[in-house]
Write a protein that binds this ligand. Sequence first.
Ligand SMILES: O=c1ccn([C@@H]2O[C@H](COP(=O)(O)O)[C@@H](O)[C@H]2O)c(=O)[nH]1
Length: 248
Amino acid sequence: MQKRPNPVYCAIDTVDLPLAARLIRSVAGSATPTVGGIKLGLEFFLAHGAPGVRYAFPAPVRATGTGFFLDLKLHDIPNTVAGGIRAVMELEPTYITIHTAGGAAMMKAAAETAAAEAARLGISRPKLLGVTVLTSLDKSDLEAVGVPSDPGQQVLRLAALARASGLDGVICSPLEIAALRRECGGDFVLMVPGIRPAGAATGDQKRVLTPAEAVALGATHLVIGRPITEAADPAVAAQAIARDLGAL
Ligand SMILES: O=c1ccn([C@@H]2O[C@H](COP(=O)(O)O)[C@@H](O)[C@H]2O)c(=O)[nH]1
């Protein structure tokens, strides 16, 4: 039977550089990777920057076709965010995140800068994804910061703004996938954290579903961190998820 592409991006959230390199090798370094991509974000990038990315996620591992999601969640004035995009382009990320709450002008500046820099460097343009409502937040958290809508409505509003501003997709929780697919169409990238295999600890995540549920609803990619990286054997944990999704 034809295997599906593996939709799982494994979140490597650690400041321990050798550990990050080991984790990446274990899930993505073999001839049959157990994840479709690697996500490096705030914690890792603040500690190790671009040299750390090149060390922990070297070209031979990327050459297996493993995607690279650089989850920096940029949020500043348009000129500063454009500069941030320029600064990481040579790492050739597949995806970069910016906060939709930074507004339309910021998102447009980021999208235009990514396209112009990719052309100048002769590399593929990274896809820009807008962070909507963090998956660790629920309705009462939104109310506490002065947003009276429920998370579902707020995510739809921010995703529409992201799309109109030239972004390729958004980060959303699994609970918003179906509505976003209806509103934003089949090509809009839905990168979905808040994913927990049945029985796994939710930790600080509040809007969660299982990997199979999120894929059935129409997620493009799933972001899964601790259920893989904190397992006794991360490669085996990732393999079980991939098998469940028909991707191995
Ligand atoms: O709304 C968001 C946006 C980003 N994330 C990131 O995804 C992973 C999830 O890790 P788990 O260990 O599977 O909870 C993490 O790197 C977050 O920074 C998110 O969870 N929610």
